[in-house]
Design a protein around this ligand. Structure first.
Ligand code: TEU
Length: 553
């Protein structure tokens, strides 16, 4: 990849706007709050900020159910506030990336209303089907497909007298991409937001966008059932089916190639920097690579690699981790960059899953492996999931808060407000009540405390980002060794440059290692090491200021 592209070797930061900073005291994060914190994010060292959806929404799925693709959600601010945010971002030198949610719209979107009313041109804007009638004369959905939020993916609409497909909540109706009007409307949405001066998109739920063509009678084939309770104990959960008709269809790959062509064309027309596409696809490595490109055409520059987020466990061994990294590195088509993700707004925070000590280890990996690092707001503080109970949640009808399975299905715990300092609501909001409670450890675990402490996860994080300015950590070749079950050693080596050796001790015992036996250390090598014993945040034993002029905050 041409590492001179602004997006290459990037350090992306995901902001969940509802929980980041509340500037007007209503207990809900907003755009002006983000604007106030851009300088802080620049000082940590982030390249680009991805904002989870900021568009008008009934907030059933907190913005991933969009009712107006051209309007800012009123609780988050106005279009003027957004333009001020983009202007401030340009000033501090951070690029803004918006969430693009092409798979579905809110059922309150005007397009859905037109489609329910079969207005000309909108009859097939969504995926409608008559369903079937069973032997007892009862209406049945067109197939056994299941929503990512459990239960049937088909909802009967009384007014239209048909079922519509919703692979997420009932209030999120799937768009029909076989309809050219849908393809062109969503391309207009993309161009509209590019005109505001943003630098790219994070594309939501890409693999869900197409489903198998319907049969002539309008019905759809059932998906095979995975009848294995150890894999999926809940028959109403989408893990119960093998998604051979509803995910990773070839047309989804085609769409991301068309969107890449759109942003390349836009850049040709308007000049300026390249526009980045980050894509969300929970899929196999082979499928994921297709979202990058197929050798002829290019797709996304940064498809999220969810392996670390999904598979890292406390008992993950060095060989398992090394094996995956090597699989990923050998699978990549030429001209693209790996990326490493530790969390997002849909999954329990890794410091909760793995503990803060491992958080240090995996942050070192995130920042010293080749390619892009993607950080979900709060991970730079090793924030942990908040304790949220059903009575706290504000979306009783929503997809998060399943009253009977709240603990196992809600994503609220990984979305509690950002922990800024030890003042009221951890500095997130002046409101009497915040939309979700602040995690109870905010007095001790917050950004200000970590900036002031002699050592902290945040300071480790910042030192690592500064180290990345070294060419060997930008473009250096990766050489990895797993040592027994507990130790991973790898180096990054750029021609004629410093060599960095990273030693991660995953296990419970300090081991004296003669690194020279693994690498030809030469005279200029430096070693970063972190172990589970030497206490927290010891990750960087060398002084990066030797390498980079920038002072530390
Ligand atoms: O997530 C899509 C998606 O695949 C995840 O919901 C995944 O199925 C789930 O996390 C189970 O692990 C995107 C957004 O990130 C998510 O917040 C939205 O709810 C969803 O799309 C619908 O827009």
């Amino acid at each position: 990849v041409n590492s001179k592209e602004w997006w290459a070797n990037g350090n992306y930061y995901q902001i969940y706007p509802r929980s980041f900073q509340d500037s007007d005291g209503d207990g809900i994060g907003d755009l002006n709050g983000v604007t106030q914190k851009l300088q802080y994010l620049k000082e940590i060292g982030f390249t680009g900020v991805w904002l989870s959806p900021i568009f008008k929404s009934p907030m059933v799925d907190f913005g991933y159910d969009i009712s107006d693709f051209y309007a800012i959600h009123p609780e988050y601010g106005t279009m003027e506030d957004f333009k001020a945010l983009v202007a401030r971002a340009k000033q501090v030198g951070i690029r803004i990336i918006l969430d693009f949610v092409p798979n579905h719209t809110s059922d309150e979107c005007e397009w859905f209303v037109k489609s329910v009313n079969r207005e000309p041109g909108y009859e097939d804007f969504y995926v409608w089907s008559n369903g079937t009638v069973d032997a007892n004369g009862n209406r049945q959905p067109p197939s056994n497909w299941l929503s990512a939020f459990r239960y049937s993916a088909w909802q009967w609409n009384d007014k239209r007298q048909q079922y519509y497909l919703h692979q997420f909540s009932i209030q999120q109706a799937d768009l029909n991409y076989r309809n050219p009007l849908v393809v062109s409307k969503m391309k207009e949405v993309m161009r509209y937001w590019l005109d505001t001066g943003i630098s790219g998109f994070r594309i939501d739920a890409l693999p869900f966008m197409f489903e198998k063509e319907p049969y002539a009678n309008g019905s759809y084939p059932d998906e095979p059932v995975i009848d294995n309770v150890s894999v999926c104990p809940d028959p109403d959960d989408e893990c119960h089916l093998k998604h051979i008709y509803t995910q990773d269809q070839p047309e989804s790959i085609e769409m991301v190639y068309q969107w890449r062509e759109l942003v390349e064309q836009y850049r040709k027309e308007k000049g300026g920097e390249s526009i980045v596409l980050l894509t969300e696809a929970y899929t196999s490595l082979d499928n994921l690579m297709l979202y990058y490109g197929d050798g002829q055409r290019n797709g996304s520059m940064v498809p999220f690699n969810f392996y670390f987020m999904r598979n890292l466990k406390n008992d993950s061994t060095a060989p398992q981790i090394v094996d995956y990294i090597q699989q990923w590195m050998t699978h990549m088509p030429t001209g693209v960059q790996a990326n490493w993700v530790l969390g997002n707004h849909d999954n329990s925070r890794y410091s909760t899953r793995l503990g803060v000590q491992r958080a240090d280890l995996f942050t070192i990996m995130l920042q010293t492996l080749p390619g892009n690092a993607v950080t979900y707001n709060g991970e730079e503080l090793a924030m942990t999931d908040g304790k949220v109970s059903w009575k706290h949640t504000v979306d009783p009808q929503g997809c998060n808060a399943n009253r009977f399975n709240y603990e196992s299905y809600s994503r609220d715990p990984c979305r509690t407000p950002y922990q800024w300092d030890a003042t009221k609501n951890s500095g997130f909001s002046s409101a009497a009540h915040t939309w979700l409670p602040v995690a109870s450890n905010y007095r001790t675990n917050n950004a200000l405390a970590q900036l002031r402490a002699p050592k902290s996860h945040l300071q480790l994080f910042m030192k690592l980002i500064r180290l990345r300015q070294m060419r060997s950590l930008q473009d250096g070749a990766l050489k990895i060794k797993a040592i027994g079950n507990d130790i991973i050693i790898y180096s990054r080596e750029a021609a004629g440059d410093d060599m960095f050796v990273i030693v991660l001790n995953l296990g419970g015992n300090e081991q004296s290692l003669n690194i020279n036996q693994y690498f030809d250390m030469g005279s200029k090598a430096e070693v970063i090491t972190s172990s589970m014993q030497s206490g927290y945040h010891d990750g960087v034993i060398i002084d990066p200021s030797k390498y980079v002029a920038e002072p530390y905050v």
